[in-house]
Design a protein around this ligand. Structure first.
Ligand SMILES: Nc1ncnc2c1ncn2[C@@H]1O[C@H](COP(=O)(O)OP(=O)(O)OP(=O)(O)O)[C@@H](O)[C@H]1O
Length: 346
């Protein structure tokens, strides 16, 4: 089979997947998840929530305490890493510094005992696929961060995986390159048609890349859905707080989330009519280019202890009626903008 023809992608299913380290500590707690074939899935969550443990179990680099991993309907829970149909691309790329790009890519074929001419032909073909054909003889230190990432990708693809696993693949790059390489990862995924599972702690990265975002917290899945679903309809208070851009409030005995760009700011004396509203005082003003971020400390006795709400105003709107620090204001929102939150699963 030609390496320029990508292998078929397969759906991946996690069924009650659990990882315990030692007897007492559960790092991944009976998670169920289906990742569609050929989709880009981001596992997202704070440090220690179990993202990497989940990825390592899928890769076969970590034993499974309970549950199953199915790839294209095949149970791979106990299969050796090399026979799963998955490949891992690491944060630091883990390239061998003394080997050329070509030999780095060809390495796993060498381990399988494939002859030199054959493995070098396949490695060259893959390097060309990631637009590095002309740099095949360079050592990693002679390549840029972005080029090293492409070598690492070619090296992972040479095993013809159905699922590519990426553990914080962009975190070693500077912010500018990170955004550039993020677009490249997405393009590669679409071109190759493979299933990508990408671990990140960055909400922005996951929103930019994912078809399916999986927000984890303390070993459980708080929410899985498209970036738009997760951002617009956070299932729990944890997700609303973790995603940012939301204010979490008490309302009629329920916890609600209201997006910071859905809150209107009025003069303190103006009436909000039937709309829910709160009085407050401006405590922060941050200019952020296209918009201005206001921090407003609530004055309502009912919301004691005082709470800081975030309001995002388009720059032009702010400039029409500039607000100063300590200025009293009334905040309101339309009832349909309030999203009721479920209790956190943890
Ligand atoms: N080999 C191990 N032995 C014992 N505990 C471990 C081991 N690996 C991870 N843990 C613990 O399991 C929990 C989940 O770790 P994991 O690395 O999966 O989290 P993570 O979400 O990927 O975190 P990070 O973003 O910091 O990498 C953490 O509390 C961690 O300390």
């Amino acid at each position: 089979m030609s390496l320029t023809k990508p292998p078929a992608a397969s759906a991946l299913e996690l069924v009650g997947l659990t990882k315990r380290y030692g007897n007492a500590f559960t790092a991944v707690d009976a998670i169920d998840l289906r990742i569609a074939a050929g989709s880009y899935c981001c596992l997202l969550g704070p440090s220690g929530c179990g993202k990497s443990s989940t990825l390592r179990m899928i890769a076969g680099h970590e034993t499974v305490s309970e549950g199953d991993i199915l790839l294209g309907g095949r149970n791979i829970t106990q299969a050796p890493a090399a026979q799963r149909g998955t490949a891992m691309m690491f944060q630091s790329y883990a390239l061998f510094p003394h080997l050329s790009a070509l030999d780095n890519v060809a390495f796993s074929l060498k381990m399988k005992g494939i002859g030199k001419a054959e493995r070098q032909r396949k490695a060259q073909e893959l390097l060309e696929r990631v637009a590095l054909g002309a740099l095949a003889q360079r050592k990693p230190a002679e390549l840029s961060g972005g080029q090293q990432q492409r070598v690492a990708l070619a090296r992972a693809l040479i095993t013809q995986p159905q699922v590519l696993l990426l553990d914080e693949p962009l975190s070693a790059l500077d912010p500018f390159l990170r955004v550039q390489m993020r677009a490249e990862l997405r393009r590669w995924q679409q071109e190759l048609g493979l299933t990508f599972i990408h671990v990140t702690h960055s909400q922005e990265e996951a929103m930019a890349l994912a078809d399916q975002m999986v927000v984890m917290n303390q070993g459980r899945i708080e929410q899985a859905g498209s970036p738009r679903e997760v951002f617009n309809q956070p299932a729990t208070e944890f997700v609303a707080n973790f995603m940012g851009g939301h204010n979490v409030l008490d309302s009629g005995g329920q916890r609600i989330a209201v997006r910071s760009d859905r809150i209107a700011v009025h003069h303190i004396a103006s009436l909000a009519g039937d709309l829910p509203s709160l009085e407050g005082q401006v405590c922060d003003i941050e200019y952020q280019g296209s918009h201005v971020l206001l921090g407003v400390e609530t004055l309502d006795a009912a919301s004691a202890p005082r709470k800081k709400l975030l309001v995002t105003l388009p720059e032009a709107e702010f400039l029409q009626q500039p607000l100063g620090l300590h200025q009293p204001v009334r905040l309101s929102w339309r009832p349909e903008q309030a999203h009721v939150l479920a209790a956190s699963s943890v």
